[in-house]
Design a protein around this ligand. Structure first.
Ligand SMILES: [Zn+2]
Length: 442
């Protein structure tokens, strides 16, 4: 292992320049082409990465351009999977980037590029860790399989397709979350609720994504809403009100201010006895789900959260509300559906959108204890594994947890302008990945 560590360190500059090459592919999703389901750039980046892995002596497989893998063959039949992705969310250089998002420039010890942290940086670190093991002459018991997904950011078709062709690895980690280890992710239950007809002349619009707390809500009303001080305009048709709040991620709705709440409350007062308004105000203006009767809790992952993310009014006055519920790991989507159904008026239809079962790999499992030990020893800390309300790539396969790349307390730039990876952190994460792969593949 000493030899592998030395090889990894000696090749750090090569790792950085390789990462820069990978980052210079703009891998935003574009129109599908034959053999390139997510567009030409992603396909080219996958080809480049698999070609690199092949030049390192790994066995590579291109799964129809949806994903690919690179294997360091082990002695036995078991497989250690490392699941990451090459696609990125769009970056616009006019959003305040200090250098163009696909130039991959280094400034003050940081490498700036879309995808630097999410997820090319950590995947290239893992690739070089595997190369170091191989070149040190170590043959692991498990085959080490680096899986490069190409559609993590926009629908996960990559892994869906890949796992129809390939078996699930025995055990896996995904370097697409946080250090030390995320081993509990709440279930996700996003749905539209067709919640009836609004009073004549009332319309309400807010938000465009279930998983964001809406920061703006616009409503019209024939009547004036007496207690509303928010911005309003008046026309012959009636009044238009705009209320503002504070956006936050839908998995942490109490960190935001939902712009719909004040307007719904005022409308419900102005129009008493409207089932739709009464329901929304009395049941759903509460991010814990308590008033709705759907609150849940467990010791492993805490409380259920409920975000009212979108409100839309049809031309004939029917309101659809979109909710994003994150429920504790001890429950499942079926339980969630039944709980919502029995606490909601029968005439309101529930239309499931994105739903995903929770992820729970026990804290005392060998996978989690090994990764925690690798992290705590190297960083000289005594941290515990994490539970989150968000969803990471790990939940696409069984027996997988997230391991890095974001360090505790590190500034978060993923999906934001000036995404960057500190070279110092890249060096440390490569060492962590090397140790983790070595120990988990034994
Ligand atoms: Zn990612």
């Amino acid at each position: 292992m000493g030899k592998a560590k030395k090889l990894l360190n000696d090749r750090f500059d090569e790792m950085v320049s390789t990462l820069q090459q990978v980052l210079r592919f703009n891998t935003e999703k574009t129109a599908a082409l034959p053999g390139a389901p997510f567009g030409e750039n992603i396909k080219n980046c996958l080809n480049f990465t698999l070609g690199l892995a092949a030049s390192f002596g790994l066995d590579v497989y291109d799964c129809d351009g949806y994903a690919g893998h690179a294997d360091l063959k082990g002695k036995g039949n078991e497989v250690l999977g490392i699941l990451g992705h090459l696609d990125v969310v769009p970056a616009n250089k006019d959003d305040g980037w200090i250098c163009a998002p696909y130039d991959a420039e280094i400034r003050d010890g940081k490498l700036y590029a879309r995808g630097a942290m999410d997820d090319k940086g950590p995947m290239i670190a893992c690739l070089f860790a595997v190369k170091a093991l191989k070149d040190a002459g170590i043959t692991p018991d498990k085959t080490v399989r680096l899986i490069f997904g190409c559609d993590e950011e926009s629908g996960m078709q990559c892994v869906e397709h890949y796992f129809t062709k390939m078996p699930f690895p025995t055990v896996s980690f995904s370097p697409d979350g946080d250090f030390p280890v995320i081993n509990r992710e709440k279930g996700i239950y996003q749905f539209d609720l067709a919640c009836g007809k609004l009073p004549e002349g009332v319309t309400i619009f807010a938000g465009d994504r279930a998983n964001v707390v809406p920061s703006k809500c616009v409503a019209t009303s024939r009547k004036e809403l007496p207690e509303m001080t928010c911005f309003q305009t008046q026309t012959d048709e009636g009044y238009t009100y705009t209320s503002t709040g504070k956006a936050a991620h839908g998995s942490t709705p109490n960190e935001g201010i939902n712009a719909t709440h004040r307007l719904l409350t005022a409308l419900a007062k102005a129009y008493p006895n409207n089932l739709t308004l009464d329901f929304l105000v009395n049941k759903t203006i509460d991010t814990s789900g308590k008033r709705w009767g759907i609150a849940l809790h467990d010791n492993e992952s805490g409380d259920l959260t409920c975000n009212l993310g979108v409100l839309r009014t049809s031309s004939d006055g029917f309101l659809t509300a979109t909710f994003d519920i994150r429920f504790p790991v001890s429950y499942n989507c079926k339980y969630m559906y039944e709980s919502i159904r029995s606490n909601t008026p029968d005439e309101f239809a529930i239309i499931e959108q994105h739903i995903s079962e929770p992820l729970h790999v026990p804290s005392d499992s060998k996978l989690v204890t090994t990764l925690m030990d690798v992290y705590n020893k190297r960083m000289n800390v005594h941290l515990q594994p994490l539970a989150i309300g968000g969803g990471t790539y790990s939940r696409c396969l069984p027996n997988c947890v997230a391991f890095g790349p974001l360090f505790p307390g590190e500034e978060q730039t993923i999906h934001m302008p000036n995404e960057c990876i500190s070279l110092e952190n890249l060096r440390i994460m490569a060492e962590l990945y090397l140790e983790a792969i070595y120990r988990l593949s034994k």
